[in-house]
Design a protein around this ligand. Structure first.
Ligand code: ATR
Length: 270
């Protein structure tokens, strides 16, 4: 049986083992997929041990995505652009790194009927979570992609990786002059009421608001967006499942369907 892991710190909350076991069952494959808590200084050691034991691949979550990127012998183009890796594959001792977060986000948006082509998108945050999705969003050919961050230099650093002219950086309080079709929260901040760093005018009845995180309750960003009359609010559960499906396809050569496990996880959250 082939063995896989998800590495993170913390990791207890991870739903990846449940998701991958469901994919394996659905596609009639036998895999063993386990979560493992990794101490902050031990990431590369843990990965080499797993390779020695014959491990086939691993998912990587916070805070190890940048370290995983540095560990790889080969990188996909999207992993190279994002500077972060969430999917490792091991083959004859070599480590191949990919990043499926962006494609997971885009697939979830499209399956929620969000139109990305020619749209105006605001991405909040310029950390690892934001970096990982920019190339996939640009590939959908929006009219404009603005990355807003408290520290604008970090947003500009991401913008500088791309030759496209429809990508810009901004401070939060400067985005009021635009109306957005889509606003994606990729910050790690609990964005509540008054502390929401974007001006209220940026959210209109035509704006879809997406939060990369999810939980039992609607996130504070989504509560606030809904109160302002946003067209639709969507949490990150679908992104989680879709990025996992893409990792599974990289490892197993078959793309599982995400609907059933989405329903199951949503029901478990209630
Ligand atoms: P992640 O891997 O989750 O993206 P990260 O790389 O630490 O984590 O990035 C966190 C992001 O959330 C950053 O964009 C950060 O803004 P700064 O770059 O200006 O620090 C943003 N963030 C965290 N706390 C925030 C807050 N209270 N208000 C606004 N943005 C915040």
């Amino acid at each position: 049986m082939d063995h896989y892991r998800v590495y993170g710190n913390p990791i207890e909350q991870s739903k990846s083992p449940t998701i991958h076991q469901a994919f394996a069952k659905q596609t009639q494959q036998e895999i063993c997929y386990e979560k493992e808590l990794v101490q902050l200084q031990q990431f590369s050691e843990v990965v080499s041990q797993f390779i020695k034991q014959g491990g086939k691949g691993a998912n990587v979550t916070a805070p190890f995505k940048e370290q995983a990127y540095k560990l790889c012998d080969h990188l996909s183009e999207r992993a190279q652009l994002s500077g972060a890796v969430n999917t490792l594959s091991f083959n004859n001792g070599a480590i191949f790194g990919d990043n499926t977060d962006g494609v997971g986000l885009v697939q979830d948006l499209l399956s929620n009927q969000v139109v990305l082509r020619n749209s105006r998108i605001l991405l909040l945050g310029a950390g690892g979570a934001a970096k990982g999705v920019v190339s996939s969003l640009l590939a959908q050919k929006p009219d404009l992609l603005i990355i807003a961050n408290r520290t604008q230099a970090k947003a500009q650093f991401i913008v500088d990786q791309y030759p496209e002219e429809n990508i810009q950086s901004s401070l939060y309080n400067e985005v009021a002059k635009y109306h957005f079709d889509l606003i994606i929260n990729a910050t790690s901040a609990g964005l509540t009421g008054d502390s929401l760093p974007i001006p209220n005018q940026a959210i209109t009845t035509n704006t879809v608001c997406y939060d990369m995180v999810y939980g039992k309750q609607l996130t504070p960003f989504l509560v606030h967006s809904k109160a302002l009359g946003a067209k639709k609010v969507i949490d990150g559960l679908g992104m989680l499942v879709s990025q996992a499906a893409e990792s599974f396809a990289i490892w197993r050569g078959i793309k599982p369907s995400t609907q059933e496990i989405m329903k199951q996880l949503r029901a478990e959250l209630q």
